[in-house]
Design a protein around this ligand. Structure first.
Ligand code: UDP
Length: 352
């Protein structure tokens, strides 16, 4: 019988791609999501992303509309299934929103995680893979960033701080109770979509992240890209990031799951390619993949942004047997396919 894996936030961008991989690897994902950021088509109870996963895989996905902040509802899920591990993607994720409403971010992201940990303890489940972020490194002291780089210094927004605080909770927990096996996956910059073009990133409102914005300019949803800063200490002056294909990222979660029993306590791994590309290089790659012009203008630096952030992914290769395989041009091709097949994301009624 296949193992039940609880996937919190499985209707979201990275969660949905991981659910596809879990199914393809013979696991039985149980998705819980409160759908605050998910589109549910009229007449349906399941988010559109989940229905599309069913089309891709030909399998039925177990889905429950549950808010992790509601502990009773969460407990009922633990009561129903015997999980072998948890993958914890759920959380609020907008940097801007977190600055204007920090308490909501602390309450939801920390509260949900604490409820989850308490349920896990109550049901004797101690294996968890957590969606962390490169943002926990704050301002890089050295490049590329490996996992021994200090964390928690100079994080400029509450969203990033929730990732760091949750990491701290997991580290404390693992110190206090020896049965825990916790993997913190620190994502760099996920881009792209499943090759089918059926699932992808679906920002609500104007995208905050670079590549979804570029894709919306290419398709004519936005007139022009603002490039925030051309005076960074980088080869062309624009920011440099470690863009990673979302499918590579999803595969990193499967590798983590397969190796989780070798972990003793709490262990962090970078999920990145190890190669940095500038904003201008990324725009150029997207232009080539889409064959569209991407008008842009230079604008002042965005508050809290960093110059160059890229990973040393050696540890994940050594211990999880995982490496990112797909190039920036492949990320752009797949993102463009998703964008052209779904000009307004999962919501067909939205205006372009
Ligand atoms: N960026 C930009 N214009 C945008 C969005 C982002 O020039 O509309 C730049 C941003 O300043 C940074 C890079 O693109 O240098 C990546 O930004 P993103 O928000 O995607 O990721 P993060 O900064 O969180 O790594």
């Amino acid at each position: 019988m296949s193992e039940y894996i609880l996937v919190t936030g499985g209707a979201g961008y990275i969660g949905s791609h991981t659910v596809v991989d879990l199914l393809e690897n013979g696991f039985c994902p149980v998705v819980v999501d409160n759908c605050v950021n998910a589109i549910v088509a009229e007449g349906h109870k399941t988010p559109e992303s989940i229905r599309r996963i069913e089309t891709i895989t030909g399998e039925k996905v177990i889905f429950h509309n549950v808010d992790l902040c509601n502990k009773k509802d969460l407990e009922s899920i633990f009561e129903k299934y015997k999980f072998s591990a948890i993958m914890h993607f759920a959380g609020l994720k907008s940097v801007n929103e977190s600055v204007s409403n920090p308490m909501n971010y602390y309450e939801v992201n920390l509260g949900a995680t604490i409820n989850l940990i308490e349920c896990m303890k109550a049901y004797n489940i101690f294996n968890i893979v957590f969606s962390s972020s490169a943002t926990v490194y704050g301002i890089p002291e050295r490049l590329p960033i490996d996992e021994s780089h200090p964390v928690g210094n100079g994080i400029t927004n509450p969203y990033g701080k929730t990732k760091y605080f949750i990491e701290e909770i997991f580290r404390d927990l693992a110190k206090a109770e020896s049965q825990w096996k916790i993997i913190l996956l620190r994502y760099f910059n996920p881009v792209g979509s499943h090759v089918s073009g059926l699932i992808g990133e679906d920002p609500q409102g104007p995208p905050n992240n670079l590549m979804p914005y570029v894709a919306q300019v290419a398709i004519g949803r936005r007139p022009i890209l603002s490039i925030f800063g051309n005076d960074y200490d980088t080869p062309d002056g624009t920011g440099v990031r470690d863009f990673i294909h979302v499918v590579d990222l999803a595969k990193g979660h499967i590798s983590a799951l397969k190796h989780i029993n070798e972990v003793c306590g709490c262990k962090a791994y970078n999920l990145g390619t190890g190669k940095g590309y500038s904003v201008l290089e990324a725009v150029e790659a997207f232009k080539e993949a889409s064959n569209k012009d991407i008008p842009y203008k230079f604008a002042p630096r965005r508050l809290g942004d960093l110059g160059d952030v890229h990973a040393d992914p050696t540890l994940a290769k050594k211990e999880l047997n995982w490496t990112a395989n797909w190039s920036l041009s492949r990320m752009c091709e797949d993102l463009w396919r998703w964008q052209t097949m779904n000009p307004t994301g999962y919501n067909p009624n939205e205006k372009i």
